[in-house]
Design a protein around this ligand. Sequence first.
Ligand code: GLP
Length: 248
Amino acid sequence: MKIYLTKDYDSMSKKAAMILAAQVVTKPESVLGLATGSTPIGIYELLVKWCSSKEISFADVRTVNLDEYVGLDADNPQSYHFFMRRHLFDGVDIPLNNTYLPDGAAKDPQEECLRYERLLSSLGQVDIQLLGLGHNGHIGFNEPGDSFSLGTHVVNLADRTRKANSRNFGSLDAVPCKALTMGVGTIMRAKRILMVVSGADKAETVSRAFAGPITPAVPASVLQLHPDVTLVGDESALSCLLKEEKPL
Ligand code: GLP
């Protein structure tokens, strides 16, 4: 595992954006796995900037997103479809029909999970999967539990996740109770994983994920088993993890 320690949120965003840009430059037809949440916003801003100045192009890129809320359609401003258009897709030269997310408004969410898995298989291996980290150790919307879920599935969102995400909804009651998410198995199939973390409120979770036991109680801990993980985090987010590192 590679760890990049950066000074602050902006330098974290720049390092991670450079890794994604390098992927796109070296393989223009890359399949990028993308994430939502506040952490990747700075990365997306830079990618939009570099695309506007023609330093990179997304013309041949295909993207797949981790997750979506059940019950929200693509035009709902709280949906992850909307988030991705607002923060990335509308600002770069990617054809919208090369961008894929699970459909939160699908009539049959279970069927939608199967459709999304089939779609992912048809696109081939994700070249690099960007991940944020939930405060309870979730990745995508894989909440802590008794076992790791393999494929795309419907989840009941944990209270802590709904509370954290209520900042985007105005009130807790407005936050959907369910979501569709790639499974841990789906995420682990990616060739490379790029996790980004920022802020002291993530420090303990980062340490549990990467220096603690591998357990479904901390879903991100499964990444310890992935052969190619890059963690980019600022000083506050990595403070506990780096304390755990034994001196050589
Ligand atoms: C949501 C998303 C996750 C994201 C997490 C952390 O729950 N489903 O993919 O990693 O939020 O978000 P933030 O970056 O805002 O802390």
